[in-house]
Ligand binder design. Structure first.
Ligand code: NAD
Ligand code: DAU
Length: 368
């Protein structure tokens, strides 16, 4: 039986991971540590927290005393570090929290894990510090460049990407210098349930349903490699259960799309959903599909993101060959499932969208 400390477990990927892990390993102890920033929501954990398997702790990964206490009290053998500031646009407007959480916070976790796991009586146990990272550390690709491999040199280009690159370096340094048993995954763009509606896909869904503009940065030609969040969880599971300590694994969906193509595809799915279900016209009367118009008419080209990376693409052959990783969802099936989730969970996204989110979007919108 494992005892996991899951940091950032009330955020998008962390919460999906908690659901995933509690379904597959109901006897494991799950301790979620989350600061509940604007991006963290206890409502995302609600279906699990009833099970008694989960302990939620409201706290910060920079709080060394708290981490020491949790690692000892819960006899933690596995740390999965999702906690981060994760939105590129926010890192451009205000990088400080990115440095604090992503770099200083990761370092605080590393120090605590080293302290907790280096004593004599711990020597017979198996420990793992798994760090969840991103493909953005590798920089930006041109149209014909080969996809990122684990050997691609780091070239982060936004404050967010630079803070994640720093944290990756710290994790590897703790492995090399102190023998901390770590693994890292660098993953492409995730989408799916419980994603805060500031990231591109949920923002487009929510805006479309409310009849608001769909803000496409630049000409919409930037390319991302999309992966359903459950397939990211599957990748992390394989690395935790069969991965080699000290190794890095890229995780991706082999689903590159230009933003504008993905947004048009999503608009088509929304139109089809309204055509199939007349209740949607009543629930979302401002969506163009409610009056049999095309949702794509809301597409609005806006000023580009400063330093906008042009293309990301992941070569996931290492994890596929070494660990038998294969994503279960296609982009088509995953988009369909995700749209359905947002249609069925209006109360979740309305609840997370009040307060700071509104203020943030309004500031961004007036600045463009
Ligand atoms: P998110 O912003 O949805 O969630 C982050 C969570 O961390 C929130 O619950 C927040 O409250 C918590 N948090 C923030 N600062 C904290 C602190 N100091 N102490 C404790 N908790 C804190 O992010 P996400 O999209 O779920 O991403 C999770 C991880 O995966 C991040 O490390 C991110 O870099 C990485 N990642 C994300 C993607 C993606 O597409 N979203 C892709 C690859 C990697
Ligand atoms: O690649 C992995 C990364 O993916 C993660 O590390 C980050 O945490 C995650 O936020 C994501 O970063 P991106 O910047 O790629 O994601 P975002 O959803 O912000 O934007 C996706 C693309 O869509 C990007 O090219 C910018 C564009 N975009 C985004 C928003 C929010 C728009 O055109 N309009 C928008 O309103």
């Amino acid at each position: 039986m494992r005892s996991l400390l899951i940091t950032g477990g009330a955020g998008f990927i962390g919460a999906n991971f908690v659901h995933y892990w509690s379904r597959k390993y109901p006897r494991h102890r799950l301790v979620v540590l989350d600061a509940l920033t604007y991006a963290g929501n206890l409502a995302s954990l609600a279906p699990v927290s009833d099970a008694g398997q989960l302990r939620f702790v409201h706290g910060n990964i920079c709080d060394s005393d708290l981490i020491d206490t949790l690692l000892a009290q819960e006899d933690v053998d596995t740390v999965v570090n999702f906690a981060a500031e994760s939105h590129v646009d926010r890192s451009i407007v205000g990088p400080d929290p990115f440095i604090e959480t992503n770099i200083v916070g990761t370092h605080a976790l590393l120090k605590a894990a080293r302290r907790a796991w280096s004593s004599e009586q711990c020597s017979s146990k198996t420990y793992r510090f798994h760090h969840v990272s991103t493909d953005e550390v590798y920089g930006s690709l041109g149209p014909t460049d080969a996809a990122f491999t684990e050997a691609t040199p780091y070239s982060p280009r936004s404050p967010y990407a630079a803070s994640k690159a720093s944290s990756d370096h710290l994790v590897r340094a703790y492995g090399h210098t102190y023998g901390l048993p770590f693994t890292i995954t660098n993953c492409s763009n995730n989408y799916g349930p419980y994603q805060f509606p500031e990231k591109m896909l949920p923002l487009m869904i929510v805006n479309a349903l409310e009849g608001k503009p769909l803000p496409v940065y630049g000409d919409g030609g930037n390319v991302r490699d999309w992966l359903h969040v459950e397939d990211h969880c599957l990748g992390i599971e394989l690395v935790l259960t069969h991965g080699t300590v000290g190794e890095t694994y890229n995780v991706g969906g082999n689903s590159e799309r230009a933003n504008i193509d993905l947004i048009r595809q999503l608009c088509g799915l929304i139109d089809a959903a309204f055509a199939d279900d007349s209740n949607l016209e009543t629930r979302f009367p401002r969506c163009p599909a409610a009056r049999k118009s095309s949702t794509a008419e809301l597409i609005t080209f806006v000023k580009d993101r400063p330093g906008h990376d042009w293309r990301y693409a992941i070569d996931a052959s290492k994890i596929s060959t070494a660990l038998g990783y294969h994503p279960q969802q296609t982009l088509e099936s995953g988009l369909h499932q995700t749209l359905r989730w947002y249609l069925d969970n209006e109360s979740w996204w309305r609840a997370v969208m009040d307060g700071s989110y509104r203020a943030w979007i309004e500031i961004q919108y007036t600045k463009r």
